[in-house]
Design a protein around this ligand. Structure first.
Ligand code: KG4
Ligand code: ZN
Length: 376
């Protein structure tokens, strides 16, 4: 089954061709530099950039793919991220995928839930046992998910306000680091040991599995206001931001300590809620149905799953609870076309597909299971 994946839900344009477990080609165009000028993603610009780069990325993908070149007629599945995401950006991807589907009568069109695709990424290259618990931590989402099978997911908890990546980016903004600052804070955090009491571990004093990171963002902003020397001197995004930021971190150990402490606070909050979810699943509690077998795998995805402290925390957690740890490679944690192609193939293989009526679902709306079944 030759499956094309199209990802345009936020500020990365991603395309990939996948056959079985083999990635034949992938293309990614990041718009981060464009949005950095505005300190965050500008939805209108994101849509226009997707629209501008998609045709040439697609052409390059099909020409350079392993055992290619391929044409649209070779495609069995056209998988496209249908939400949640920025509506205009999603519509560009959907329009492109539907146009291709019209020229590829053999291919099935499959709209993919972007969050579902993130959580299936680790399955692509490794054996993966179910049931699994998935920690989805990106710029737009923070979800704890019970994964019973590749197509059977239950959300156990989610953020009530900011996502984990958003908290990183906003704390980074307080430090005057270029957008998106999560990766830069991670690099700075490597230079110091965390002060575990510098920041609160937010929203733990309850019994639920939801998150709330907005207070942490405020705590970071207040800390910077009290210590203005922590602020990065220049915001020249045209130069190499990582080297410049690291140099400042070496000159100012308090800056590195701030980042290590903030990162600790996010990672440890994720740990507490994930452990709590495991307990609830074992016993059945607070609306969480008891599982009749142990959770066998711990996985994570989304940009923040590339964070060093988060990855070490997950490794410790998996070892303590006798779970296999399955993490995507660093370059597949953030948005990409491979994960959409892989999830689309799993859905199509189970006999599900969409018609050309497939709709985009913006952030905040539930993704419906509105596939048509094609038996056999
Ligand atoms: O999954 P993703 O590419 O996009 C969304 O679907 O949102 O995640 C992007 C987010 C940004 O907030 C970025 O700052 C954060 O992931 N991020 C990181 C790291 N790498 C990316 N946050 C902390 N540490 C990192 N190493
Ligand atoms: Zn994402």
């Amino acid at each position: 089954m030759l499956c094309l994946g199209v990802e345009t839900s936020c500020d990365e344009t991603g395309l990939a061709l996948v056959r079985g477990r083999r990635v034949l080609a992938r293309q990614l165009a990041s718009q981060a530099d464009v949005h950095a000028l505005f300190g965050g993603v500008v939805p209108e610009i994101a849509s226009r950039e997707h629209y501008r780069v998609l045709p040439r990325l697609f052409d390059r993908l099909m020409r350079t793919a392993e055992a290619g070149p391929y044409t649209v007629q070779d495609l069995d599945v056209i998988a496209v991220a249908r939400g949640p995401g920025l509506l205009g950006a999603l519509l560009v991807g959907l329009g492109f995928a539907k146009g291709l589907a019209l020229g590829a009568p053999r291919a099935r069109l499959v709209g993919v839930d972007h969050l579902h695709a993130h959580l299936l990424t680790a399955e692509l290259e490794q054996d993966f046992a179910y049931p699994a618990i998935g920690v989805l931590v990106s710029g737009g989402h923070t979800h704890l998910v019970l994964m019973r099978s590749p197509l059977d997911f239950t959300v156990l908890g989610r953020t009530l306000d900011d996502a984990a990546g958003e908290a990183f980016d906003k704390a980074a903004k307080s430090l005057n680091l270029p957008y998106p600052g999560g990766r830069l804070m991670d690099a700075l955090a490597q230079l110091a040991e965390p002060d575990q009491d510098m920041f609160p571990r937010p929203y733990l004093d309850n019994q639920n599995l939801d998150f709330s990171f907005s207070g942490l963002k405020t705590a970071a902003a207040l800390a910077v206001r009290e210590q203005p020397e922590l602020r990065f001197d220049s915001m020249d995004v045209s130069s190499d931001p990582e080297s410049a930021v690291l140099e400042q971190g070496r000159r100012c150990p308090e800056l590195a300590r701030f980042c290590a402490s903030f990162t600790y606070s996010v990672a440890d909050t994720l740990r507490v809620k994930t452990e709590r979810a495991l307990t609830y699943l074992e016993k059945g509690f607070a609306g969480v149905e008891k599982l009749d077998e142990p959770v066998r795998t711990l996985t994570a995805s989304g940009g923040v799953a590339a964070n060093s402290a988060v990855r070490s925390m997950l490794a410790r957690l998996a070892a303590q609870h006798a779970m296999e740890l399955r993490l995507p490679p660093l370059d597949l944690c953030a948005d990409n076309g491979v994960m959409i192609a892989w999830a689309g193939a799993a859905i199509a293989e189970s006999g599900w597909a969409h018609s050309l009526e497939l709709e985009a679902i913006p952030r905040g709306r539930r993704i419906p299971w509105d596939y048509t079944h094609f038996p056999g």
